[in-house]
Design a protein around this ligand. Structure first.
Ligand code: ADP
Ligand code: ADP
Ligand code: ZN
Length: 219
């Protein structure tokens, strides 16, 4: 059972690849972004607390996301966790190491999805998701087969994220470079970093990730 982190800027393709790994390998996707968006949609106290922060493209506190991850790790069952969009700061990375340690688990690999900023702007501008099942699409690189309907569940509830606009994206990228990118050096020195070319086609990125996973499982 291998636990991995998908590390990369907004729009790098983390969610897209995580969903494939769930489908193909029965792994468990733990996306703090999705958990927070769910809290907002449910109108919970947590949701109200984070709504404004997320709309501005800033990071929510470490305490909140560590709490969410801790809770889910206790209840979720599957063959390995995919940490998607977590950790995003060094304190979160330390907390994750503790949580894994405490449950007798370890981190197999940190997959760094490399995509340049120019491509990110285009990816975020074209991204839309299914409100029912969460499938991720893109208006040019991954359109639905039938206009206006989700390929997976048939829902017509296709949505563009409120925070996927040029101004918020800029803020999210700044947060990434200031607070999250130091994790690349951290995991490199931890011997866990596995960079993949995130600019390749979705199927090819999936193949690169599969190579890392199989190598990690064998070692
Ligand atoms: P993307 O898919 O664009 O990388 P996410 O869906 O992962 O974005 O996250 C959306 C927002 O949720 C972030 O802009 C941030 O406000 C908040 N968020 C998600 N994960 C974290 C985290 N680990 N730490 C702090 N804030 C987070
Ligand atoms: P993240 O979770 O890292 O923010 P997503 O998985 O949501 O990123 O992908 C961002 C957008 O880019 C989506 O519209 C998705 O369909 C598209 N996308 C993802 N991977 C690729 C790829 N390898 N090539 C082209 N487009 C991609
Ligand atoms: Zn759907």
């Amino acid at each position: 059972m291998t636990n991995i982190i998908l590390l990369g800027p907004p729009g790098a393709g983390k969610g897209t690849q995580a969903r494939r790994l769930v489908e193909e390998r029965g792994m468990v996707q733990l996306s703090t972004g999705d958990m927070l968006k769910e809290a907002i949609a449910d109108g919970t106290e947590l949701g109200r607390k984070v709504e404004g922060i997320m709309a501005r493209g800033e990071l929510v506190t470490d305490e909140i996301v560590i709490g969410l991850i801790d809770e889910k790790m206790k209840s979720a069952k599957g063959s390995g966790f995919i940490f998607d969009g977590f950790p995003r700061t060094l304190p979160q990375a330390d907390a994750l190491a503790d949580l894994l340690d405490r449950s007798g688990q370890s981190l197999g690999a940190v997959i760094e999805m490399r995509v340049d900023d120019e491509a990110l702007v285009d990816r975020i501008a074209g991204r839309f998701t299914c409100g029912n099942c969460g499938e991720v699409y893109h208006k040019t690189t991954k359109p639905t087969a039938k206009e206006g309907a989700c390929d997976v569940c048939g829902s017509h509830d296709l949505r563009h994220r409120a925070d996927d606009n040029p101004e918020t994206l800029k803020q999210r990228l700044m947060e990434y470079y200031k607070k999250t990118s130091p994790l690349i050096g951290y995991y490199y020195h931890d011997g866990k970093l596995a960079p993949v070319d995130g600019l390749a086609e979705i199927d090819d990125v999936a193949k690169s990730i599969a190579v890392v996973l199989d190598r990690t499982a064998a070692s």
